[in-house]
Design a protein. Structure first.
Length: 250
């Protein structure tokens, strides 16, 4: 839709058209939805005591770091393919279609595995895979390689996106606090999603249009996020009375 409308009506009306579609569909959804269970009493917007739980705090930081680097490829892959590889505007968007299309499998398959072995046990490897594949982008120098890279990254990052709320839910033992605590981490992560790509763009400009620094930034964020997620797992397993590196479903 954006590809067709952008050259014809400009950015402003393209965004307005997308917003109108979202408005109409969300109004329909809002009118048709109904609560499955009776509403409970209002919970506080913020529960600061949650950050005293080490596994919760580690995971909040880990999720922030992961999503600081997650969307760089979504925002800059097409531009990279045009600036560095010389692809046309239309062909560059095909890479995004591949990235998002493969991401559908990445959202489903790791989640199914997580149901068996534990969500955090699969989230950490997916975060590591995403960071590693991001670093591999630096070594891609042809169109075929870029398409192959898009497949691997799309699958890996899809797992990170889908498992993020599931892991958070597994770390919260009190169902009455699920909504508040999940909302708090989602708020933290929103700042990462908002600022990650602009920071990467500033790095690209500072390095004279070279993407290497931004690629390294995004990959490092993912790897560092994985370390914090593993730290959250260690804290959780210790509270469960097992060894820090014990293999159990978490």
């Amino acid at each position: 839709m954006v590809r067709q409308l952008l050259p014809q009506i400009g950015l402003g009306w393209t965004i307005r058209s997308i917003a109108l579609i979202q408005l109409v569909t969300l109004i329909v959804a809002g009118l048709l939805m109904k609560t499955r269970i009776p509403p409970r009493r209002a919970a506080p917007l913020v529960e600061w005591s949650a950050f005293k739980e080490s596994e919760y705090s580690f995971y909040a930081v880990g999720a922030f770091m992961c999503f600081w680097g997650t969307y760089f490829a979504f925002h800059y892959l097409a531009a990279y393919s045009r600036d560095v590889m010389g692809l046309s505007y239309t062909d560059s968007l095909d890479l995004l279609l591949v990235l998002n299309g493969v991401g559908a499998f990445g959202r489903v398959i790791p989640a199914q595995i997580g149901d068996v072995i534990g969500t955090i046990n699969i989230f950490a490897p997916m975060a590591f895979m995403t960071g590693t594949v991001m670093f591999c982008w630096i070594g891609v120098h042809n169109i075929t390689g870029l398409y192959v890279w898009s497949v691997f990254y799309g699958f890996a990052v899809g797992g990170v996106q889908s498992l993020f709320p599931s892991v958070l839910s597994s770390l919260i033992t009190d169902p009455q606090k699920q909504g508040t605590r999940m909302g708090m981490v989602f708020t933290v992560v929103s700042f990462a999603s908002l600022t990650g790509s602009p920071i990467a763009g500033a790095i690209i400009n500072a390095m004279g249009s070279s993407y290497v620094g931004a690629q390294a930034f995004a990959g490092s964020c993912m790897i560092l996020g994985m370390i914090f997620v593993l730290s959250a797992r260690v804290c959780k397993t210790r509270k469960m009375g097992v060894g820090a590196i014990a293999w159990i479903k978490v």
